[in-house]
Design a protein around this ligand. Sequence first.
Ligand code: CUA
Length: 345
Amino acid sequence: MSRICLALLLQGSVTHEYNAFFWVMVALCGTVATGIAAFLIYCAWHYRRRSPNELPSQIDLNIPAEVTWIVLPALLFVAMFAYGMKVYFDLERPPDNSEDVYVVAKQWMWKTQHLGGQREIDTLHVPVGRAIRLNMISQDVIHSFFIPAFRIKQDVLPGRYTSIWFKATVPGTYHLFCAEYCGTEHSQMLGWIYAMDPKDYQIWLQQGAAEGSLASTGEKLFHQFGCSNCHHFSGHGRGPNLRGLYMRPVQIATGQTVIADETYIRESILQSRAKIVQGFQPIMPIFQGQLNEEQVVALIAYIKAIGPAPGAEMPSGPGEEMGDYGGIRPDLSEPVAPATKPGGR
Ligand code: CUA
């Protein structure tokens, strides 16, 4: 049993890492608390006053004892911190081969979208054995995405993407809760996670992909809202060339460099004047109020999917320090232009 747990732990599944962390902490704190209590009781009895006039003997400073009880607990606390930090970083950094799923929360439902274009409400189908990275945003107030069985809980905020990942290991149906009071029907903002055998999952995916991939929906919006009029892929448009933009450092007019992650791209769509790319004019219309979060998610999926131009030098590769930006990494596994074939992914 423990060997199975260890094997799962080594795979990097956050669920098992969390469980192990929890029990190590319980064992450690339990041992220390029991030890202190036992020592306290022993001292109370051993050093009790034996006669009404008894005076305690004077105890001199004992340097080795002082050093021991300062250094040992300090080392223990540092070890606990380091262990907790490792678990935290593992939770923040999804594995390279993780599958992206977008979650939009609103009062009072969870809308989930797969890259293939499959959409769900209050449910999420995932394959077992595959890391799933959730990119989440709220359309209104703060919600919190909570799957107790997978030991993950992450606030879902309006105006900013948050992300978390998990890997289901056993097929089954698991509870999804909203864990942040978000209004009248908060307690009914419930859902189910269906962890499926990878083969069943492929069948499920094929049944729901009629509308085309998320990126192809984004491509349609890209033309419909006129983005393509200025953002030419030749690089000669009035707006910056978006090819290969995702997770690339971008120099903005103030001289700062920002990383083109999901949150930056979303801001550049909705509040287009917030961070003007160096060398460009602030001429882009503001799309706040014209696009909903699901449309923004589709546009971002499109921008991610268009990738670098064929043969172009990729300015940033995996293995550079990219992994440190909020756990979001460049996804180079995307095909170069799936968006030209709606439903092709
Ligand atoms: Cu959404 Cu509570």
